[in-house]
Every structure is written in C-alpha cells, then in structure tokens.
Ligand binder design. Structure first.
Ligand code: ATP
Length: 211
C-alpha cells in the first residue's frame, strides 16, 4: 500500500551560491529543511562506523587526537585526489541517502526542502520532485565564499571544478533563484516560491512508491 509523503524540493547550487541563506529564508516561513551536509557530519561523529570505514580507507592522520574527523584535511585530500573522493563518496552517499529517506518517511509536512550541494552530481537524490537551483555569478560566488571562509581563490576554483558547470546545473532546474542582488531581493524570490510550493503541495498528493 502506498503512503502519502511530502513533496520534495531538492535545493542545490554551486559553492557560495547562497543555499544556506535560502534555506534559512524558507525555514523562517516554517518550512522543514533536510540538510544532506548536516546529516553527513552527524554520520561521521567520533566512534561511528562510517568514520571507522573512512579512516581504514584514507588513513589515520585524518583523525585529531580526540578521535574526531579533521574536516579540513579530508577536504584537501578529496579535492586533490579523485580516487580518494570516490572512495569517501562510496561510503558516505548511501548512508546519507538512507538517513534522508528515513527523515522523509517520518515527516508530517506537505512539502519540504532537501538541500544538497551535490544533488545533481550524485545519483543519491533521484527522488526529488522538483529541483530548485540557486544561481549566482561566478565572481560573486568566489567573492562571498572567500569572505565567509577566508580561503584562497584557488581553493574555491578547485571546488567549482568538481561541481557541475553552472549552465548545466541551470539547464536541469525546474525552479530557479537568481542570487546576484541583495538579501532583500533574495527573500522576495523565496517568498514567491514559498507561495507556489504551498499551492502545488496541496493540489497534488505524493505517494511513496520506491521510497
Ligand atoms: P556552500 O556551498 O559553500 O555551503 P552556500 O551555497 O550555502 O555555500 P551561503 O553560505 O548561503 O552559500 O552564502 C555564501 C556567503 O554569501 C554567506 O556568507 C552569505 O551570508 C553570503 N550571501 C548569500 N547571499 C547573499 C546576498 N544576496 N547578498 C550578500 N551576501 C550574501
């Protein structure tokens, strides 16, 4: 028997495009947010099986003295070594996917946002009903990320290189937010999509085959 489930809006965008900011704007309107990055961080808590598997594959020096993951080191390794990245993804992505599906199945919302930086790059999120892309000019992506993370332009470029090219991401969007203006402009676009999704979710009933 199929069961009603929320409409799932997959939210993505390149590094520093404004995904977190957009999520916060939806959240303040009461929208449930599932954040793939946050789930990933929880899964590799000290002592977890996922962390043990990562360390077994990628090396003990990814751990701090107290047994937690050195995220910065993992990030550097992943961006400099595609093989290590594929190994880490093979461990983490299926676990993240299961945790997300569990949350969706437990949700009482009529719709929700599933935020994932690699929503379109990974095959783990093929169940999203709509794809909302936050699109931002590359110069602004770099400028905002550098200001937030105090990192070099090179680092931002390296991350951009493993993400889909901007045009391809936009081509796969069902819905698009342009984040080249100020925060008030961004909030107005979020308000419009909020209204649209409320109507869509109530007009259609989503059932769970395959979830
Ligand atoms: P990442 O992919 O790295 O997690 P993200 O897509 O979640 O990034 P945010 O963290 O939301 O991006 O935004 C990047 C930075 O730009 C943040 O410091 C945020 O406050 C700022 N920012 C986002 N949108 C705007 C805007 N319209 N005007 C000014 N600053 C903005």
């Amino acid at each position: 028997m199929s069961q009603l489930r929320p409409m799932i809006i997959g939210l993505t965008g390149g590094i520093g495009s404004g995904k977190t900011t957009v999520c916060q704007m939806f959240a303040k309107r009461g929208v449930e947010i599932i954040d793939a990055d946050q789930i990933g961080r929880t899964l590799v808590a000290p002592g977890s099986i996922a962390l043990q598997q990562l360390i077994a594959l990628l090396g003990q020096d990814l751990l701090t003295a107290d047994g937690s993951l050195q995220r910065q080191r993992l990030r550097q390794l992943i961006f400099s070594d595609p093989h290590a990245r594929h190994q880490a993804e093979a461990i983490l992505h299926p676990l993240i996917r299961s945790a997300i599906l569990e949350k969706i199945n437990e949700s009482a919302s009529s719709w929700l946002i599933l935020a994932a930086p690699l929503l379109l790059e990974s095959k783990s999120y093929d169940f999203a009903d709509r794809i909302l892309v936050v699109d931002t000019d590359e110069t602004l992506q770099i400028e905002r990320t550098r200001e937030r993370d105090h990192c070099s332009e090179d680092e931002v470029h390296r991350i951009m290189q493993i993400q889909l090219p901007r045009t391809e991401r936009v081509a796969r969007a069902t819905d698009l937010i342009h984040n080249n203006g100020d925060l008030a402009n961004l909030d107005r676009q979020v308000a419009e999509y909020f209204e649209r999704y409320e109507k869509l979710a109530h007009a259609r009933q989503y059932t769970t085959p395959g979830l």
